[in-house]
Design a binder for this molecule. Sequence first.
Ligand SMILES: [Zn+2]
Length: 368
Amino acid sequence: MCCRTLLLTWAGVLGASAQNLPKDGPLTIRPMLQQLGERLLKGKTGSVVAINPANGEILCLATNSPQGSDVRQAIGRPQAPGSTFKTAQALTLLSEGVITPQTTVACVDGVTDGNIKVRCHKHPSPLALKEALAQSCNTWFLMTFASMINDDFMYESKDEAITTWRSYMQSMGLGGPMHIDIEGEQGGLLAGADYLNRRYKNGWDGKTIWWTGMGQGDVTCTPLQLCNLAVTIANRGWYYIPHIHQNTTNNRYLTKRQTKVKAEAYGTVIEGMRMAVEKGTATCIKTSYPICGKTGTIENPGADNSAFIGFAPKDNPKIAVSVYVDHGGFGADLAAPMAGLIIELYLKGKLSAASEARAKSISKRKIP
Ligand SMILES: [Zn+2]
């Protein structure tokens, strides 16, 4: 399914949507994935992004909006990543030694701090890291992030703690444009010391910004950056800057970039992402492939946004995907099954009858 003949015909089959992608092809887009992504996004606002982890080639960049296909949905509109960001949190905290895979946090329906109550789903308690990822425990990630920022023994100041945290996130491609080869890219926000000192004039600590631990608040990124985050996890610590022009000779896109994350941190996070699909928040992906993933449900005025990042197969990964649907509800409702279909089509070359039926039903769903 990755053959060149498909690549060469992309412009012919993509039709109107191609107007949103660069025209100076040939592009790395796989038409069958692009078509499926666009089909699934019918009646919705959002994006489906897929990248080949081995070389950074963008395989799918499907978008939709009330005005039709709009590539800015994927590359130019940073939004809260929600719980998909818990993967990056876990990698950072493991690397810093703030947590270990065995660290447990108790959670019964959520956590309370003063007048603030953060809700969580029903799940066994306490949970260790893998289970916390699989169940997407909010308490686990708020508490551990706050404890990193407030760790006076490890860091000389809160500024030093947040600067250290930020350096990990930047190494994973977050916090600014990645300088992909498509116009209109914007990078998201990553809370830094200067920003926080300006924003919280009366001071701040780990609790002030603990929302960041669950991907809300002082962090935003584009679906493209989220897909690249999945790439870095699939590759256990490296990536190429995503690009859409085939056979590029620009060194920017041919240089392997390493994240700052410790190699041993990836195993635990990948196990947690596998567990999410097998028996956690993403069991809606009904597939026999060893997919690793993380759902995200982003609190939002009106209905929540639905997000998912993932990759497959678990070992020797061939594709990384991010799906973001405005007002799509739980990550498990829409984004996760959509990503599952994209992965199945890429790895198998076609959808099973049951998956085709699921694709049809998703494409019929309209979200105002
Ligand atoms: Zn919880």
